[in-house]
Write a new protein. Structure first.
Length: 382
């Protein structure tokens, strides 16, 4: 689980009990429900979640574009809750980039500095420096309308950073780019953010994007932060079925705990198959429920050519997809009356495992989590 922040962690942004209620003609919509978050100095902190979860509303409250219904936003020890946007020294990159198409790259980046009436030489120095950082100094005189999507995105970043903001906000900045360019630009954003050493809040619905560039992530659902942690904590040790199902691929199997000991756990499944796990960690051997939901990632499952191996589940291969770096197996397991499909990912094809054949499936104690049975309804809601 995520480790709570300490006073020594240099917290730049602190959000406490932030709520936002939009009042319509006939109903109230709770966009944020008592959200509390801390962001460290210089980190890239991502708000991740599906549409309507509250991530963009949180960002707009931080920027000052939305007034919270209740709660507090403190930045560098100062109460920013009611401070207008133009006094917050925050740089923001919008989803649409909002560039001036008739102006050159240089003029787009310099525009805000000119409105602040900075000396001409200082403007040139700042713009030249930031264009070097984003790798576009050679094309400074081209019109923004002549640029590719990736170049426009870098110009939007440059324009936000040229003020030397204390906080950078990015609202779905890669959503308008194609898949290959998204991968390249997320690496560029991370490089530029590290070089600028600016505390950054990043909003996205893309799990892979969030996992690849973030220092920490807040997974949001229904206006609340379901879990906050590093990418590996969120992926490897989700605190609920909701988080586990949203981040990456996941398998969930209903089970019953029939024996618990200090270093072993015996589970039985609706198919009447039994698995004994040994060398388990503390978070498993004191599981307080007689029934549960077992969670395991597809890449953490093992597949064997023949069924009947001890401590495995029996299954039948429905089909196999070769995806290059991953071979994905769709396996039908016999869980009670209705068969259930699980995914098993391997880095190469396995000899003896073919479509239509029965196989055995296994997993290690360190790679599973058990969730309480009352969380099963989260699977239907996601």
């Amino acid at each position: 689980m995520a480790v709570p922040l300490k006073k020594s962690d240099n917290i730049t942004l602190s959000i406490r009990n932030l709520s936002k209620i939009f009042k319509g003609r006939d109903e109230k919509v709770v966009a944020l429900d008592e959200v509390s978050l801390d962001v460290r100095e210089g980190e890239l902190f991502t708000l991740l979640g599906p549409s309507g979860c509250g991530k963009t509303t949180t960002l707009r409250c931080i920027a000052g574009f939305e007034k919270p219904t209740s709660g507090k936003i403190h930045f560098l020890g100062r109460d920013y809750t009611a401070i207008p946007p133009f006094r917050r020294n925050i740089g923001m990159v919008f989803q649409s980039y909002a560039l001036f198409p008739h102006l050159s790259i240089y003029e787009n980046v310099a525009y805000g500095l000119k409105t602040r009436k900075l000396p001409h030489r200082e403007i040139e120095e700042k713009v030249d420096s930031i264009l070097r950082m984003v790798g576009l100094e050679a094309t400074r005189h081209r019109k923004s309308s002549e640029l590719s999507g990736g170049q426009q995105q870098r110009i939007a970043l440059a324009r936000a950073l040229v003020y030397n903001p204390q906080l950078l906000l990015l609202d779905e900045p890669l959503s308008n780019l194609d898949a290959k360019l998204r991968v390249y630009m997320r690496e560029e954003i991370r490089r530029i953010q590290k070089q600028a050493r600016v505390t950054t809040i990043y909003v996205t619905h893309d799990q892979e994007e969030a996992l690849s560039i973030s220092d920490r992530i807040a997974v949001m659902h229904a206006g609340r932060a379901s879990q906050v942690g590093t990418p590996d904590e969120i992926y490897e040790d989700p605190n609920s079925i909701r988080v586990a199902a949203f981040i990456g691929q996941a398998n969930f199997l209903e089970c019953r705990v029939i024996k618990q000991a200090r270093e072993s756990l015996v589970l039985t499944f609706p198919s009447a198959e039994k698995i004994t796990l040994k060398g388990i960690s503390n978070r498993l051997w004191d599981f307080p429920h007689p029934e549960g939901v077992l969670f395991v990632r597809p890449n953490h499952m093992e597949i064997f050519p023949r069924p009947g191996k001890a401590n495995t589940l029996r299954g039948k291969v429905k089909f196999i997809l070769y995806l290059g770096s991953v071979v994905r197996h769709f396996i039908e397991v016999f869980q009670g009356r209705a068969p259930q499909e699980v995914l098993v990912d391997t880095d190469r094809r396995i000899k003896g495992v073919y479509e239509g054949e029965e196989v055995a499936l296994g997993f290690h104690a360190d790679d599973i989590r058990l969730f309480p049975p009352d969380q099963k309804d989260q699977l239907q809601k996601e």
